[in-house]
Design a protein around this ligand. Structure first.
Ligand code: HEC
Length: 146
């Protein structure tokens, strides 16, 4: 048996649900917009190696050497260090410097901190690609293979 009172109650309960349904339907576009604001769209597609290097660089190095390898006031500008006439112009020199660090000068010893050599290789690939202007500033995307 349905009394007018329960019918009225049902309407009160159902209406917000309907409104919610409508707003949920609108969320995919809104969520995409939020994602776009949170992560700027990738500009370059790169290899998995360079992408991993970008991530590891940002996790471990950017706070001193600058986001996008653009330098800060506290540590060398690595795009300059990697130039042909720069102090770290070979992969070997880069890997060796990063592994050993210069503890007395504020550059951490990454191998002692547990960083694996393949990770340093990946970071080199990213920093070198930035130095060679093959990767623009910002978040790169992984190139699809196959
Ligand atoms: C806590 C700050 C800090 C962090 C984090 C840091 N560095 Fe450094 N790095 C320095 C400083 C300071 C120097 C300069 C040392 C000196 O005066 O010789 C340096 C020097 C270097 C050099 C030598 C540059 C040159 O021109 O001689 C390389 C290469 C380098 N860092 C790479 C890295 C990489 C790769 C990472 C991340 C794995 C990293 N650094 C993380 C502070 C930092």
């Amino acid at each position: 048996m349905r009394t007018p009172l329960t019918a009225a109650l049902r309407r009160i309960v159902l209406l917000p649900g309907f409104a919610l349904g409508v707003s949920l339907a609108a969320t995919p576009a809104a969520a995409q917009e939020l994602r776009d604001q949170y992560h700027t769209a990738p500009r370059d597609t790169v290899s998995q190696e360079v992408y991993d290097g970008w991530k590891q660089y940002n996790l471990n190095c950017a706070r001193c050497h600058g986001e996008d390898v653009l330098g800060t006031t506290i540590a060398p500008h690595l795009l300059v260090s990697l130039k042909p006439a720069g102090p770290v112009n070979t992969k070997e020199q880069f890997v060796q410097t990063v592994c050993a660090g210069r503890a007395d000068k504020g550059m951490p010893s990454w191998c002692a901190l547990g960083m694996e050599l393949p990770t340093i290789d990946k970071i080199y690939s990213y920093v070198k690609a930035r130095a060679d202007a093959k990767v623009a500033p910002g978040r790169p995307a992984v190139k699809r293979t196959g």
